[in-house]
Design a protein around this ligand. Structure first.
Ligand code: SF4
Ligand code: SF4
Ligand code: SF4
Length: 224
């Protein structure tokens, strides 16, 4: 089997960059090319020992200067404090935060690896980390990391995202005005805002045709 893949499979998939690389796959590539394999502090001794076996080496301790470690955790946003600045979205390596400029943001718990990269950029300190037993959230993080990286370096997609953000902001203003009216059905207005944003994003990012969109919404309704 490919050495990079063997090494990568042993890394914790948190994509935190503490090993001085952008993410787990890049560190696996570096290890395969001879870089020392003791830098993954979140993986700890268990990861180190597994890498020792693969590489037939015997490093006895993790280099804690790359730490501190990361427990099994997910981020949560205090929505009442969030000012919708989007800084956390830009920092998240696996696109686990949803939200639009000037609107509150949410963590998509199943995608969040607990990497802590969104904590420091938040200007109002409204993101917390809570420990969890769930380990499943990290399983697909490399796919999400790769997709997020591609999107960030794709100029035409970036432009479409900026356009969609402006659109979402405009929709948000309309909805907030409606919410300010007496007798407004807040729940219904918010639901239609979310559906409108989702519909626009299926157009902008995924180029869904009407048929694909109809199937997507059908699936969504069935899940509800
Ligand atoms: S979990 Fe963090 S420190 Fe460990 S390999 Fe992945 S990116 Fe590097
Ligand atoms: S939401 Fe925060 S803690 Fe979770 S993966 Fe994204 S940056 Fe990391
Ligand atoms: S960085 Fe903080 S305030 Fe800004 S959108 Fe994210 S959670 Fe909200």
């Amino acid at each position: 089997m490919d050495l990079v893949k063997l090494i990568h499979d042993e890394l914790p998939q948190i994509q935190c960059g503490r090993c001085d690389t952008p993410g787990c796959y890049q560190y696996a590539e570096q290890i395969a090319s001879g870089v020392v394999h003791d830098r993954c502090v979140p993986g700890g001794t268990e990861t180190l020992q597994n890498l020792n076996k693969i590489l037939v080496k015997n490093i006895t301790s993790v280099d804690m200067s790359y730490g501190p470690t990361i427990p099994n955790q997910v981020a949560v946003i205090d929505e009442s404090e969030c000012i919708g600045c989007k800084k956390c979205i830009t920092a998240c390596p696996v696109d686990a935060i949803s939200g639009s400029v000037n609107l509150m943001h949410n963590i998509i718990e199943d995608l969040c690896t607990g990497c802590e990269l969104c904590i420091e950029p938040c200007p109002v300190d409204c993101i917390d980390l809570i420990e969890t037993d769930k380990k499943k959230s990290r399983a697909n993080s490399q796919i999400n990391f790769n997709t997020t990286s591609k999107l960030r370096f794709n100029e035409s997609k970036k432009k479409r995202m900026d356009k969609a953000n402006k659109l979402n902001k405009d929709i948000g203003i309309v909805i907030n005005t409606k919410l300010g009216n007496r007798n407004a059905d807040n729940e219904k207005n918010l639901e239609s805002l979310q559906l409108k944003i989702l519909n626009d994003q299926l157009d902008s990012f995924h180029n869904f045709d009407e048929n694909q969109k109809s199937n997507f919404f059908k699936d969504l309704n069935q899940k509800d």
